[in-house]
Write a protein that binds this ligand. Structure first.
Ligand SMILES: Cc1ncc(COP(=O)(O)O)c(C=O)c1O
Length: 381
């Protein structure tokens, strides 16, 4: 077995504290792109609210939790670049996109422009809605070509541009801020899939719609996600207003599910408060560094190749170059080494991926020793 490159850097106190908020993991959690590890405070908030529901009644408990949920709503809206009334709690990124496709003023046959790295299930949703999918030109690392986008927006503008800000399967971050400026100038709405971006990179970049689950990089509870819609669109959405709703109810709130995992919303509000306390800019910078260190260490691993060379995120895709069966490797890492990763199948990004990748996605608390442990486990077999 070849020795991993060693680094003795101690983990910064800030990231140690982040790990301590969560308590010990059963193994090595290298799978935050699937779901993060919630902190003890988040878990307690969820459980406390569920118990409050049983004690005082669910609707009374919801009224009592309104200030906490309201603060979470305001914080999430601001992280996603919309006014507070532009945020709807939904269940997941998939649920958010379904809502968006239902309410946005689109006609069957309209064109939606995407990057080849775009999230596969979203492409399926576009096709099911009757939209024509058109690919945007890219530069070699997979980011969209902004010059070409600018030309495209004037010569053949699509009805919508959709960008998956942080790719799910490899290190790749799309230039959303620049794309938003170009789309705005051309009057073309920009939708952003921020499933892997919220809590990972800046997501307040001027898009018209942004959606994400809370469970990944924010490490909120499962089953709670968010959809943010820019104010210019609020009155243009196709909405039905139930007679039971107050007349002044914000239009985007009509997109929220009628019944909901309110305890989960309380948990997500708690996760966001903790995230703001840690400092989003520091988290983004640290996650970029963690991704770079991961690729530096695993770049030298025999039998594997780091996929792509896109703008840095904390997500690394490893391509098997020695005939390995990736789902079997993922299973072996879990069963024999207690290391959690994902076997990322091509359906995640069918216009870009050609093979299953092993996805590694550590969080801010990833130490050099953790990367050494992963390297040794992968090299051992
Ligand atoms: C880029 C991307 N978009 C969308 C989703 C779907 O998210 P959800 O499971 O919350 O529906 C994922 C999930 O991994 C993702 O990585």
């Amino acid at each position: 077995m070849s020795a991993p490159p060693r680094s003795d850097d101690a983990l910064d106190q800030r990231w140690q504290a982040w790990a301590e908020q969560r308590g010990p993991a059963a193994g090595l959690h290298m799978d935050n792109a699937a779901a993060g590890r919630s902190s003890a405070e988040v878990l307690a908030a969820v459980s406390d609210h569920a118990q409050l529901e049983a004690r005082v009644g669910s609707y009374v408990a919801e009224e009592l939790a309104a200030p906490v949920i309201g603060a979470g709503r305001a914080a999430l809206a601001s992280l996603m670049g919309v006014p507070t009334d532009g945020l709807a709690f939904v269940e997941s990124a998939t649920a958010a996109l379904a809502v968006l496709l239902r309410c946005w003023p689109l006609r069957a046959g309209d064109t939606i422009a995407v990057a080849p790295s775009d999230w596969g299930p979203a492409l399926e949703g576009f096709a099911a809605r009757g939209l024509r999918i058109s690919e945007l030109a890219i530069v070699p690392d997979g980011q969209i070509d902004l010059d070409q986008l600018e030309r495209r927006l004037t010569t053949a503008p699509p009805a919508v541009v959709h960008l998956t800000q942080v790719a799910s399967h490899r290190s790749l971050v799309q230039p959303v801020a620049q794309a938003a400026t170009l789309c705005r100038a051309a009057g073309v709405p920009l939708w952003v899939d921020a499933a892997q971006a919220l809590g990972h990179v800046d997501t307040a970049l001027g898009a018209d719609a942004v959606y994400a689950p809370g469970r990944k990089w924010l490490a909120g509870p499962r089953g709670v996600g968010v959809l943010a819609v820019g104010e210019a669109w609020w009155r243009r959405l196709n909405l039905t207003v139930p007679a039971m709703m107050p007349a002044e109810w914000p239009p985007v709130r009509l997109l929220e599910s009628h019944d909901a995992h309110v305890a989960g919303r309380v948990g997500l509000a708690t996760a966001v408060r903790q995230y703001l306390g840690t400092g989003p800019a520091q988290v983004w910078q640290r996650l970029q560094q963690v991704g770079q260190e991961t690729r530096k260490v695993l770049g030298g691993l025999p039998g594997w190749q780091v996929a792509g060379g896109g703008a840095p995120s904390a997500i690394t895709g490893l391509r098997p170059v020695a005939g390995q069966d990736v789902p079997a490797v993922r299973r072996r890492l879990l069963d024999e080494h207690a290391i959690v990763t994902t076997a990322a199948v091509t359906a995640r990004a069918p216009r870009e991926m050609t093979e299953t990748l092993l996805r590694v996605s550590p969080h801010v608390d990833c130490s050099a020793a953790d990367l050494d442990r992963l390297y040794a486990a992968l090299a051992d077999g």
